[in-house]
Design a protein around this ligand. Structure first.
Ligand SMILES: Cc1cc2nc3c(=O)[nH]c(=O)nc-3n(C[C@H](O)[C@H](O)[C@H](O)COP(=O)(O)O)c2cc1C
Ligand code: SF4
Length: 635
C-alpha cells in the first residue's frame, strides 16, 4: 500500500501511514506539567504532515516516573495542560496519541522519593536500582491507575491511546520470566505472568468504552538471554488482539537490559525491527506499526508498499526533520534532512535534563515558527563549509541575506570524517542532506577557494562568519616526530604501521583505535586522565570500549608518555621510566587548536567578524551547528 493511503484504525481513520514515535523530551515541569516548549515542539512536528503524533510517555502514577522532567497524566491537574498540547497538535494538522506508561523498576527513585516498584526485586542494570516488590493490592491499584489515566487522556482530547507493553517497562516486567519471579496469581506460569497485561487492557477498555483506538507498544524481543523473544511477542500480540487492541506497535529491547536496542543505536544491524514486525503481522489481523531506523524514504516505501507492515513510526527522523512526511508527499525525498542515529543530541540532552536537542536541527527545543525575514537584506560572507558554516550560510540565506561561502576545500569539514569509524556509516546521511540543502540554495559557494582578506573585502560584507574549524593540537614529547593525525588515519592518507600507539583516549582516539584494530593493527591507547571517551555519548562509549576489548586493544588511563627513544615509548611510573615497548606509528589525538587566523586581519580592517564552532572553541558538530544558527538569527 501507498504511504499516503488512509488507514482505518478502529473507529479512527489515519490519513497516511506515518506516525511520530514516543520520545522523551525533558521539557515538563517537575510536576509533570506541559510547558510552552512542548506545545511548540509538537505543533511543529504535526505541521510536518505525520498522520498522528504519539506524545512522549505520560506517567500514569508518580511511582512510575522515569525522568524528572517527564510529562504526567497521573492527576486531573494534568488535564488542562495536556488539552493545550492536544490543541497544538490538532492545529498543526495531526491526531494526538497519548502514550501511557509506568516505568516499574526503571522509575527514578530520586524523582519518586521511593525505591521503584516492580513485580519482583530484580535490579535494573542500566540504572542500578533494585525495586520493591508490589503487593497484590498495589497491583490492583496500578491497574486502576492505567484506567484513570486513559480516561483523563480522553478528557484532554487525545484521539488515540497507546499503552506501553514493551521495552522492559512495568507491564513487560510482569511478562518476562527474568523479572517476574512471583509465585502468586501474577507470576509463575505464562498465563499468570500475562494476567497483569490483560487486566490493564480490560480495565482501560471498560473505562474508555468501545470508541477510541488502543495501540499496544510491544518489544518483538528484549534481546536479553533467557528473556522474551519473537515467539512470545507473537503470542502476546494475539492475546492483546483477543482483548480488543486496535493495533500493535513493534519495537525491541529493554530499558534496563538492552539500551542499544531500545534506542536503535546506529551500530546495530538495520531492519531487524521491521523483520520482526513483519513476522507479527503474519499472525494477527490488526494493523501493525514498526519503529526503528526506518527514516530513509526508500525504507519507508519498501516496508509499506510490500505490505510488510501497515504503518511506520518515526522517532528521531522527525526530530531531525519534522517535514519528512510532507517532503515525501511532494516527491522531494532528497530534501529530507536525514537523522544519523547518533543519539549525541537527542538522548544526551534528554538524559542531562536540558531538554531535547538534535545535532543537525538547531530549531529543536527552540521552535518559534517560521524563520523571521531580516528587516534589511545584507551581504554575509561565511568562511568554512563545515557543519557550522553551512548552517550559518543556509539560515542567513533563508532570512533573506545575500550569502557567499568560501571553503579552501570541499563542503562538510570535519563532518566528512564522522561516518568513517566502524559502525558510524549512518552519519553519512545527515552529511549528505546538509550538503544537498546548501547546494540547492541560492548561497554563492566558492569551493576550493582560499578566503583571503582581499577576496573577502571585495564582497563588502556586513558580517564575516569565521567557521574555519580547528586543527589537531600539537604534541610536544621528547623524541616524538611527526605523529599521525586522526584524519590521516581515518582517510587512509598516510600509511599506518602494525604496532600503533594512540595518545589521547577521547572520541577521536578511540575511534582511530577501533578503526585500526579492526584492520589487524596492534593498538595501545594512552590517556592522561583517569577516564576515557568523556566526550562520547554513553551507549556509543560502551559499545566502542566493548569492541576494543574484543579486539585486544590496550587502554591505559592515568598514563603519560614522557619520551620516545627511536621507536620505544616511555612512561613515568613512581618516578621511574618504564618502557611501553616499540611502536611503528604514533597517532596524536589530544584535542584541537582553533584555526582563526583571519579574525585579527579582518577586524583590523574594521570588518564585523563573528567566530563560531571549533574556530571559537573545541566542541562537537552540535555546538558548531547551533552557533551557526544563532549567529544567523542575529543578522
Ligand atoms: C531520546 C529518546 C528517548 C526515547 N524515549 C522513549 C520512551 O520514553 N518510551 C518509548 O517507548 N520509546 C522511547 N524512545 C524510542 C523511540 O520511540 C523509538 O522507538 C526509537 O527511537 C527508534 O525509532 P527511530 O529510529 O525512528 O528513532 C526514545 C528514543 C529516543 C531517541
Ligand atoms: S541528535 Fe542524532 S540521533 Fe538524535 S535526532 Fe539528531 S541526528 Fe538523529
Amino acid at each position: 500500500m501507498d504511504v499516503f493511503q488512509p488507514l482505518k484504525l478502529h473507529s479512527t481513520v489515519l490519513p497516511n501511514r506515518l506516525l511520530m514515535a514516543p520520545v522523551k523530551t525533558a521539557f515538563a515541569t517537575p510536576d509533570g506539567e506541559v510547558t510552552y516548549n512542548h506545545e511548540s515542539y509538537y505543533r511543529r512536528r504535526a505541521e510536518g504532515g505525520a498522520a498522528a503524533i504519539i506524545v512522549e510517555p505520560l506517567y500514569i502514577d508518580k511511582m512510575g516516573k522515569e525522568h524528572p522532567k517527564q510529562l504526567g497524566i497521573s492527576s486531573y491537574r494534568h488535564i488542562e495542560g495536556l488539552s493545550r498540547l492536544v490543541n497544538a497538535i490538532h492545529e498543526g494538522g495531526s491526531m494526538a496519541v497519548a502514550h501511557l506508561n509506568h516505568g516499574g523498576r526503571a522509575a527514578n527513585p530520586k524523582v519518586t522519593g521511593n525505591p521503584p516498584e516492580a513485580p519482583s526485586a530484580v535490579v535494573c542494570q542500566a540504572k542500578g536500582t533494585t525495586p520493591a516488590v508490589m503487593t497484590v493490592e498495589r497491583i490492583k491499584n496500578v491497574i486502576l491507575g492505567f484506567a484513570g489515566a486513559a480516561r483523563r487522556a480522553l478528557e484532554a482530547g487525545f484521539d488515540i491511546i497507546e499503552i506501553q507493553f514493551g521495552l522492559g517497562y512495568l507491564i513487560a516486567q510482569f511478562l518476562s520470566p527474568l523479572t517476574n519471579l512471583r509465585s502468586d496469581e501474577y507470576g509463575g506460569s505464562k498465563e499468570n505472568r500475562y494476567r497483569f497485561a490483560e487486566e490493564v487492557l480490560t480495565a482501560i477498555r471498560e473505562e474508555v468504552g468501545e470508541d477510541p483506538a488502543l495501540i499496544a507498544r510491544i518489544s518483538a524481543t528484549e534481546q536479553v538471554e533467557g528473556g522474551p523473544g519473537i515467539d512470545d511477542a507473537i503470542e502476546l500480540a494475539g492475546l492483546l488482539e483477543d482483548h480488543g487492541i486496535s493495533a500493535v506497535h513493534v519495537v525491541s529491547g529493554s530499558v534496563c537490559d538492552s539500551p542499544p536496542w531500545y534506542f536503535q543505536h546506529m551500530r546495530l544491524p538495520a531492519g531487524k525491527n521491521l523483520d520482526w514486525a513483519g513476522m507479527i503481522k503474519n499472525e494477527v489481523n490488526v494493523p501493525v506499526i514498526a519503529a526503528g531506523r526506518l527514516g530513509a524514504p526508500a525504507d519507508i516505501r519498501h516496508a509499506l508498499e510490500n505490505e510488510i507492515i501497515d504503518v511506520v513510526a518515526l522517532g528521531r527522523p522527525l526530530i531531525a526533520d519534522p517535514d519528512l512526511p510532507r517532503k515525501m508527499m511532494e516527491n522531494r525525498d532528497e530534501d529530507i534532512i536525514q537523522c544519523g542515529a547518533c543519539l549525541q543530541g537527542c538522548l544526551v540532552s534528554v538524559k542531562s535534563g536540558k531538554g531535547i536537542r538534535c545535532i543537525i536541527n538547531p530549531e529543536v527545543g527552540n521552535e518559534s515558527g517560521k524563520l523571521k525575514t531580516a528587516d534589511k537584506p545584507k551581504t554575509v560572507v561565511v568562511v568554512g563549509g563545515g557543519p557550522g558554516g553551512i548552517q550559518a550560510a543556509w539560515t542567513a540565506n533563508e532570512r533573506g541575506h545575500k550569502v557567499i561561502l568560501f571553503d579552501k576545500g570541499q563542503l562538510g569539514g570535519t563532518f566528512n570524517l564522522s561516518y568513517l569509524p566502524p559502525g558510524k556509516e549512518m552519519m553519512k546521511r545527515p552529511l549528505t542532506s546538509l550538503i544537498h540543502r546548501i547546494r540547492s540554495s541560492p548561497v554563492d559557494l566558492r569551493l576550493s577557494t582560499e578566503a583571503t582578506v582581499d577576496a573577502i573585502l571585495a564582497e563588502k560584507p556586513y558580517l564575516v562568519v569565521i567557521a574555519t574549524g580547528a586543527k589537531p593540537a600539537e604534541l610536544s614529547i621528547p623524541g616524538l616526530e611527526n605523529p599521525l593525525t586522526g584524519e590521516e588515519v581515518l582517510t587512509g592518507k598516510k600509511t599506518v604501521g602494525k604496532r600503533v600507539l594512540i595518545i589521547g583516549g577521547g572520541m577521536v582516539g578511540l575511534e582511530c583505535a577501533e578503526f585500526l584494530a579492526e584492520r589487524d593493527h596492534e593498538v595501545t591507547v594512552v590517556e592522561i586522565l583517569d577516564d576515557i571517551a568523556r566526550d562520547m555519548e554513553p551507549i556509543t562509549k560502551k559499545l566502542t570500549t566493548r569492541n576494543l576489548e574484543r579486539l585486544n586493544a590496550g587502554i591505559l588511563t592515568g598514563t603519560k608518555i614522557c619520551r620516545f627513544k627511536d621507536k620505544t615509548a616511555f612512561i613515568l611510573k613512581e618516578n621511574e621510566e618504564v618502557s611501553l615497548g616499540e611502536f611503528d606509528s604514533v597517532v596524536a589525538a589530544v584535542g584541537t587548536t582553533p584555526v582563526d587566523g583571519l579574525v585579527s586581519p579582518l577586524r583590523e580592517k574594521g570588518i564585523n567578524v563573528e567566530v563560531i564552532g571549533d574556530a571559537k572553541a573545541p566542541g562537537q558538530i552540535f555546538d558548531a551547528v547551533r552557533d551557526g544558527f544563532e549567529i544567523a538569527l542575529t543578522i
